[in-house]
Write a protein that binds this ligand. Sequence first.
Ligand code: ADP
Ligand code: MG
Length: 319
Amino acid sequence: MADEFDLIRRYFAGLTPAGDDVLRGPGDDCALLRPPAHSDLAVSIDTLVEDVHFPAATAAGDIGWKALACGLSDLAAAGARPAWCLLSLTCPGVDESWLAAFADGFGALAKREGISLAGGDMSRGGLSITVQVAGYVESGTGLTRAGAHRGEGVFVSGWPGRAAAGLARRLASTDEPGDPLVTALNRPEPRTRLGPQLAAAGVSACIDVSDGLAADLGHILAASGVGAELDAGALPVAPELAAAGSPDQVRAWLLGGGDDYELCFTGPDDLDVDRLTAMGGVPVTRIGRTSAAEGLALVELDGGRSSLAEIAGYRHFGS
Ligand code: ADP
Ligand code: MG
């Protein structure tokens, strides 16, 4: 039976493009990296655990894609360009067709995004995947959650809520092959083209939507010490999401659903969203504004207001 060194050679060494900054990739005690001059290093690590982050029946290729997509989304939120990553894979045994499919999904996204797999680890145990990603951002221009000011616009990329609707369908087995909502769940598109454009556009704070739009925007507001109000009529609703449930359910998915990996950010109220849309390759929508009042409110078309404090987002621990 193949040992882990055979498996690493077969499925992971050479899987991704070798970046200029990777002097030594998989196969040694350490990867050796040479970051470009005048850049800051952005790093993030995420673990996906079976039955916590994805249903046990999820296809291996989708798991590979998503494990990398989560990290790429964090880099985008910091405004960083993807550079290299490390993969720690724990699986119950040697299932080569599973490994081949996992590497296929991981590799497809890595190649498209030009991120180099510089090393990793493999061990036996319950299925769990940890990916550390690193990217570069021009010195001093990395975006954080702090930095929003009152009187700015609030913006979001793409169509939040689709992944949560896809998960509901998947768990109820009501999805059809190729269902776009399930694709949004299993093959999320990290906004890697948009993220690095944001700092130059004057964006003041940014986060990726992994736990739900209201909850993640709440992190920006807390870190920045401002409040915000969202215009219900401005929220971008994908047609397939609008068709997936009652208006209340659709709104709950849109504001509270996690796993979308869209970017939510604040910036100049007159930010040129058309230009950012063209440069980032994904629609950017202005959904509200920051305010001096604390917390997050939703303003209906008729002027009615409600607080969004109760939409807390997904929590692993605590209530
Ligand atoms: P060590 O015993 O020094 O921890 P390992 O046996 O864990 O080394 O790994 C051997 C080499 O293979 C290292 O260079 C490591 O980075 C690489 N590697 C291990 N697992 C993976 C993986 N899943 N993907 C890519 N490279 C890997
Ligand atoms: Mg090791």
